[in-house]
Design a protein. Structure first.
Length: 274
């Protein structure tokens, strides 16, 4: 997990939606020192677990009396419009809106909340739920330096943050880091199936594939070497790995297929954003 940056947390925060991603972010913030007594949650789907969590941690489940310093939108994108009437009264002139709503552009949010409201659009990925996410973020011109630092502190609580210079990059980022975990999971699936096809018992093949992907990810995280250097280090000329890589690195191998997949994801992200 990134450095805490807890000194930059907003003075008060309203979380709209405390599901898997919103809940993971909240736990990260509280763990890094955000005062739970300055946090409110609005979540129509709050279950007994969430009610108990709020009671135990001192978080208020319900609307704040005054607009917060930061309002985090973590509901499903299709829920924004029905919830708008309930949310808008909590957006003050100095409130920072931090949105993790997929497909909702800054222009979309400005049209709903006001052209002069400070807005940060962010795209976290699934590993954020365990504190190892990658988040791309873009701020509109109304975000002050202090609000930028607050947004960075909130997003860094669940992993690494990349600030983008242009919102047009967010569809490509979504296609890499947003969708990327699914690509890795599918690689583990394929590796397991290939192992079974090579004669291993299916359960053993699945364990080997899962642990190999997990260990390789940790090595990639901890090593100063680039991915291609790590690949070369485990590839002896004329050896077993080289034989397999000759297939994967052929002109019709993994690279062109991955480029095609990423471009398809980028195109779809743009379509969903309208």
């Amino acid at each position: 997990m990134a450095g805490s940056g807890a000194e930059h947390f907003p003075a008060s925060l309203l979380l709209i939606g405390a599901g898997k991603m919103g809940g993971a972010m909240l736990e990260g913030w509280l763990g890094l020192g955000l005062d739970p007594h300055h946090v409110n949650i609005i979540d129509p789907g709050a279950d007994e677990r969430m009610i108990a969590f709020c009671r135990e941690r001192g978080v208020t489940l319900g609307a704040p009396a005054t607009p917060p310093a930061a309002l985090v939108l973590a509901i499903k994108p299709q829920m924004l419009e029905p919830a708008l009437a309930e949310i808008k009264p909590h957006v003050g002139e100095t409130t920072l809106i931090l949105s993790i709503l997929a497909g909702k552009t800054i222009a979309d949010l400005e049209a709903r909340f006001g052209q002069k409201i400070a807005i940060v659009r962010a795209m976290p990925n699934l590993p954020a739920s365990i504190g190892h996410g990658v988040t791309g973020a873009i701020a509109n011109p109304h975000v002050s330096e202090a609000q930028h630092e607050a947004a960075d502190a909130l997003l860094s609580a669940v992993g690494h943050v990349e600030w983008l210079a242009d919102e047009s990059l967010i569809d490509a980022l979504t296609a890499i880091s947003g969708c990327g975990p699914a690509y890795v999971f599918y690689l583990a699936e394929c590796l397991a199936e290939a192992g079974a096809a090579a004669g291993l018992p299916a359960g053993l093949a699945a364990r080997l594939a899962r642990l190999t992907v997990e260990g390789s990810g940790r090595l990639l995280e901890q090593s100063a070497l680039s991915p291609d250097e790590l690949r070369r280090n485990v590839t002896s000329p004329g050896g077993v790995t080289a034989e397999a890589l000759a297939v994967l690195m052929a002109d019709d191998g993994l690279l062109p297929l991955m480029k095609k997949a990423v471009l398809a994801a980028k195109r779809r992200a743009g379509e969903l954003a309208g």
